[in-house]
Design a protein around this ligand. Structure first.
Ligand code: ATP
Ligand code: MG
Length: 431
């Protein structure tokens, strides 16, 4: 194998004749050769720059070959270097001892040059194959681990999506009763108020019982308050209705195909679901006392075309990025560096190169350069146990890059907030 011949071989032997014979054989075959004349200097050499293979004499002054082998095998940095013993001691006990210590082969002295070369080459090839196999196993294990996390997350999401869609559906009917009945109720009540006022004008001297009942109710206040109560009921019912629409938009069941989508609806429904986290917040748990004002959301929506995508996956991306932004603002609030007006800015545009670009920026704590490098790694989190799983951004990245052929990048400095820029093709062909 030609490529293997650039490997370096360490020959350890106290006999100059053996050293020069072996060196010459290996040099001629194109190997880089290093030599040591005793066990201790061999161990030093290996520590500094491990060779691809070692030819090790057994009988040497100082520590012998067996002891040298034992020490090399007990050091994790040198453990995997293949060792071939070269010795005149060819009885079975010695051979067995060498193999037991971890040697891969045995070459009897005096050497036949072809045999040395053949054995060295076979063991180097085996070593290369082992290395590449180990690499493949570790790559596959990492890929499997990532796929497993994503499957678990997707499973959770689809269960959650079904649950949300179910709840939204169930809320829909009762909330429609409320919304559609409030207006007739308002008309009846207004009519009744008018009638009461007419009675008051026509019966200037009510009976004692009536006067008492009017006073007990505080009729004047009640008549004014009824209108306000109806207004707030209307508002409340409208909000629940919007939330129900948002829940349905957010959890659109669309796992199989991309569909043309209005991404602004996705962003708005996600914000609606996160509404409770945008409100002002007071945290007085030990060690982090803060009062954070409500988070301002500044939307600068451009003119976006309907984008061909998996809508609920895109909503998941918005949710993960926005939830992180709120976390970062809360973290900043617990320090003395918080911006007085916590803000999240969402900007969308469709650029001249055919991309839809969505920027989500916060003025929270920002990201250190160490964190930035590992941001999209599955399971990487800086949040306490139970708060973050470290999957949010790795999933967002996978959805944008692999599922939508887009890109997700981040700009941030510690103390200066963070900006996530998400790009996906405006008109892909698969819709
Ligand atoms: N807007 C941001 N500002 C500051 N740091 C951020 C921001 N977004 C992400 N990070 C950092 O990136 C890390 C990884 O984020 P990611 O969303 O993947 O996981 P997480 O939020 O920790 O946990 P999870 O989202 O799974 O609950 C976070 O722990 C945080 O340190
Ligand atoms: Mg997160």
């Amino acid at each position: 194998m030609a490529a293997a011949n650039t490997d370096s071989i360490l020959i350890v032997d106290d006999n100059p004749t053996n050293l020069s014979l072996l060196s010459e054989t290996l040099n001629c075959a194109g190997f880089r050769v290093r030599v040591a004349i005793d066990g201790e200097s061999a161990i030093d050499l290996c520590d500094r720059n491990p060779p691809a293979l070692i030819l090790l004499d057994v009988q040497m002054p100082g520590i012998d070959g067996f002891e040298t082998c034992r020490r090399l095998k007990s050091n994790p940095a040198t453990r995997s270097i293949p060792i071939i013993f070269t010795t005149a001691l060819t009885n079975t006990d010695n051979k067995t001892k060498g193999f037991a210590l971890g040697a891969v082969d045995y070459i009897p002295k005096p050497f036949a040059q072809e045999e040395v070369l053949a054995r060295v080459q076979v063991h180097l090839q085996l070593k290369h194959l082992t290395n590449s196999l180990e690499q493949q196993v570790s790559d596959r294990t990492a890929a499997l681990r990532q796929a497993q996390f994503q499957l678990i997350q997707q499973e959770k999401l689809s269960t959650l999506g079904e649950l949300l869609a179910g709840v939204a559906h169930e809320i829909n009917n009762p909330i429609n009763f409320l919304v559609s009945n409030i207006n007739p109720l308002r008309e009846y009540v207004e009519g009744m108020i008018e009638i009461i006022q007419l009675y008051q004008q026509e019966h200037l001297q009510p009976s004692a019982d009536l006067t008492e009942a009017i006073d007990n109710l505080d009729l004047e206040f009640a008549l004014k308050d009824i209108a306000k109560i109806l207004d707030s009921m209307t508002l409340g019912a409208e909000r629940i209705k919007n939330l129900s629409v948002s829940l349905r938009t957010f959890s659109r069941a669309d796992r199989d195909e991309k569909v043309p989508t209005n991404l602004h609806h996705g962003l708005d429904s996600t914000l609606m679901i996160l509404q409770h986290r945008l409100k002002s917040k007071r945290d007085h748990t030990a060690g982090k006392e803060y009062n954070r004002p409500p988070i301002e959301v500044i939307k600068t929506y451009g003119n976006l075309p309907e984008v061909c995508c998996y809508p609920s996956q895109m909503n998941q991306v918005f949710m993960n990025i926005l939830a992180n932004a709120i976390d970062a603002i809360d973290e900043a609030a617990a320090t003395d560096k918080a911006d007085p007006i916590p803000q999240i800015q969402i900007t969308t545009e469709s650029d001249s190169e055919g991309w839809v670009v969505i920027e989500i920026a916060d003025n929270g704590l920002g990201i250190t350069s160490d964190t930035k490098q590992r941001l999209f790694e599955p399971l990487f989190t800086t949040k306490p146990v139970g708060k973050g799983t470290g999957l949010g951004l790795s999933i967002a990245h996978q959805i944008i890059v692999e599922k939508h052929n887009g890109s997700l990048s981040v700009y941030s400095q510690r103390g200066q907030g963070a900006k996530f820029i998400l790009k996906i093709p405006a008109s892909p062909t698969d819709c």
